[in-house]
Structure formats: C-alpha cells, structure tokens
Ligand binder design. Structure first.
Ligand code: DOR
Ligand code: ZN
Ligand code: ZN
Length: 428
C-alpha cells in the first residue's frame, strides 16, 4: 500500500501517559472503542489508561477484566494498576499479571478513591522500586483540600473560581515534595501527573537535581487556559487540579521547554453534558476529553513559533517512551520503532467541534478553537488505523497491550534503614 506524503511530516506517534477510558463501569462516559478511536484520530499510537474505573484496577481480577474490555482497542495501550492503602499486598501480583505502571491518588478526584497514607505509599514505593515500574502520582494533598473545600462550601461560595481556592498551590507543592522524599528514600521512579502550578516546579526541579528519577507531565489546558476563562467556561473548565493563573501557564511553558517538565499528556477525562453542567461548581464532574485535540493544539503552538517541531516530538513521544521504558531497540529507546507513526500536515486548519470528536464526552473547553496542524494518517505497528482523517474500518482490536516494557534496574535507594519486607523477614 503506498500513499503520497508530499508536503507532510512523519512524526513518531504521540504516547499519552494519562487517559481515562472509563470501562469497565462508566461506559456512558467512554469505552475502549470510543476512547481509542479518538486516540487514533489524534495521532496518538499508545495510551496508558488509569485505574479509577468501576471496579478500580486494584488486583489481578480487575486487571484481567480491564484487559478483556481493552480487546477492542484500536491503538496500543498500557494499563495502570492502582496503588492504594488497602492493596499494597497486591502490587507484585498486579505487575506479574501485566500492569505497566502504578497510579497513586494522593488527592481525591473522580471515583472517590481514598488517598493512601504516607506509610502505605512508602511501602508501595519500596515494592515498585523492586519491580522496576514507575509510579504516577495525582500529586495533591487530600487533607488540605478537604479542609479548604469544607470552609468554602460552608460559606456558600459557588463561583467556578472557588475550585482554585479549594486546591491552592500548596496542595501540589506539598504532595510533590513528599512523594520526591519517599522516592529518594526508596529508589522508586515516580512521575508527577498534570502539573498545573508554578509552585510545584521547584520541588520537581530540586528532586531532579538530587538525582531522584522523577518525571513530570502537563496537559494542554494548563498551558492554554487560565483563570480569566472561568467566567466564560463556567463548570466546563472544572478539572483536578484546577487551571490556575496566567503566571502559572507561563512558568509551565518555560519548564516544558527547558525539560524540567518532561512531557505532554492529556488527562483525557470524558463526562456527559449533564455531569459537567451543574448548578453548583462542587457538583460538576472534573475533567474533559483531550486525547484527540492534543496534537492539533500543540502543533498550533509549533505554527505560532512557541515551540519547535523537535521540541514537540520530545514532549509527546521521546520522553514518555524513555520514562516508561517503551520500545527498547538495540539497547536504546527508539520512539516510532514499531512504525507507530503520525503523518501530519503542519498547515491544515481546523476548528475544534466536540460533536465531531470521537470521544463519547462531548464537552471540551476548547470548543471553537482554531487549530493549525493535524494528523492526516495514523499507523500503529505499520498498519493504518486512521487514514485521511477517517477511521480505517475493521481496525478496532488492532491495539495490543505493551509488553516490551523494559524492566530497568532500580536506582540505588538512599535509605540506610531496612525495607519493611526485610524487617518482617528477619522476625521470621
Ligand atoms: O479532572 C480530573 N478528572 N482529574 C482527575 O484526576 C481524574 C479525572 C477523572 O477521572 O475524571
Ligand atoms: Zn489526576
Ligand atoms: Zn487523570
């Protein structure tokens, strides 16, 4: 099969380390078919899917159930296993059954999974270090948020901006700093999800400077929206963590260019219009779809000269592949190595319209935004899954779980103490 790519660019497909495809349990919001259709349309060839489904992906039974749901995937995928207070003893079995990374909700969000104590996290990190799997963190401190939100709600405050008040920057600064200390102690590799504030860049950069294997991602909404958008977008803009001030997006852009923030992900989090548009900001579900709009939005930043095309590829593909050990070839990480490719037209103009998006979630804060640059074709392992801006028939089910995750030797832990497992072992 030959195609004419004159005037087009071949990029390694985007790797999105952060999507919520909702199946099992919340298929009125999304499922593995609609979610991976959206990915293929967006030039995304691999996604890592989050465990806050129903039931949550907390042990081998639920992981197998999710693998079954994912059989209809159009693009390749990794699966997160949950790391929570009550499933630390399941982590090894989860890894053995094929979990590709762990997700730890330090703060509360959709699905209401309780956040683990620092003690449980310490032991979870020890185990993850031994297993060689990265731990991705929803790095917000639950107790600070609970305290603040209760006060704001009691005061009857219902403006969308109150969502920022309930999650002041310190929730992320505290959480990133604490997680980095635990990672340094245990030798665990960690990843800070959805960086939204200038403040958390400092503990992230400091941990990197100390040699902690810590990576960070941000999402288009934290780069392209700010507090001035709350009045027009209302509860549609509600996302955890919240979109903050213009000074935050400026700082995150700089950190992304310098490499302190490693990568772009989307936190693709679809909900129905009814779930998003609630009277009270406190009742609206958090998040919006993003896996299909990331590439057009970021290529628009390339067209405007905010970043170079090479920088974009580093953020969307190279760094995620390196951080999560994907596609090792001859001892190197080689994104696109399996012919996972997005063929893009850097000049194509489109207008984002949710009704044309393939996600079941039809509410996006980017509705009506004009973009320059779009993936024209998407190939996964050498096969077209999207061609000429259309889904290729019969390619649902082409997606495979990534199995060639490189189990990298864990960095040397800093602790001089013994791991809990070793202490328990000694007691016999
Ligand atoms: O806004 C969010 N939505 N943030 C999260 O952390 C979870 C996500 C969801 O699953 O809806
Ligand atoms: Zn999160
Ligand atoms: Zn998320």
């Amino acid at each position: 099969e030959t195609i004419n790519v004159t005037g087009l660019h071949l990029l390694p497909g985007a790797i999105d380390m952060h999507v919520h495809f909702r199946e099992p349990g919340y298929t009125h919001k999304e499922d593995w078919q609609t979610g991976t259709d959206a990915a293929a349309m967006g030039g995304v060839t691999t996604v890592f899917e989050m465990p806050n489904t129903h039931p949550p992906t907390r042990s081998v039974v639920e992981l197998r159930q999710k693998q079954e749901c994912a059989r209809k995937a159009r693009v390749d995928f990794g699966l997160y296993g949950l790391m929570a207070e009550d499933n630390i003893d399941e982590l090894e079995a989860l890894a053995e059954a094929g979990a590709n990374a762990f997700k730890c909700f330090m703060g509360n969000t959709f699905g209401n999974l309780p956040s683990p104590s620092t003690g449980a996290m310490l032991e979870g990190f020890e185990i993850a270090a031994k297993l060689g799997l990265r731990v991705s963190l929803h790095a917000e401190t639950a107790s600070i948020m609970a305290w603040r939100q209760a006060k704001l709600q009691a005061a009857g405050i219902n403006h969308p901006l109150a969502h920022i008040g309930a999650r002041p920057e310190i929730v992320a600064i505290e959480a990133v700093g604490r997680a980095a200390a635990l990672a340094e102690w245990t030798g665990a590799r960690i990843h800070v999800l959805h960086i939204s504030s200038a403040g958390e860049l400092r503990p992230l950069a400091e941990a990197k400077a100390r040699g902690v294997d810590i990576t960070g991602e941000t999402c288009p909404c934290y780069l392209m929206l700010d507090s001035s958008d709350y009045d027009t977008l209302g509860s549609v803009i509600r996302v955890n963590p919240p979109v903050r001030e213009a000074k935050d997006s400026t700082a995150i852009w700089d950190a992304l260019k310098s490499g302190v923030v490693d990568m772009i992900a989307t936190d693709h989090a679809p909900h129905t219009p009814e779930e998003k548009r609630r009277e009270s900001i406190w009742e609206a579900d958090c998040g919006f779809p993003g896996v299909e709009t990331q590439m057009p939005l970021m290529l628009t930043a390339v067209a405007k000269g905010q970043i170079t095309l090479e920088e974009y590829v580093r953020m969307s593909s190279v760094r995620p592949a390196q951080a999560f050990g994907l596609w090792p070839m001859k001892g190197r990480i080689a994104p696109g190595a399996h012919a996972d490719i997005a063929v893009v037209d850097l000049t194509r103009r489109e207008v984002i319209a949710a009704e044309r998006l393939h996600s079941r979630g039809k509410i996006t804060p980017f509705e009506g935004v004009e973009t320059t640059g779009a993936p024209i074709h998407t190939l996964v392992r050498g096969r077209f899954v999207q061609k000429d801006r259309t889904l290729v028939p019969d390619m649902a089910g082409h997606g495979r779980q990534v199995t060639d995750i490189q189990k990298m030797p864990a960095p040397a832990p800093r602790n001089t103490d013994q791991s809990l497992a070793a202490v328990l072992g000694q007691k016999g």
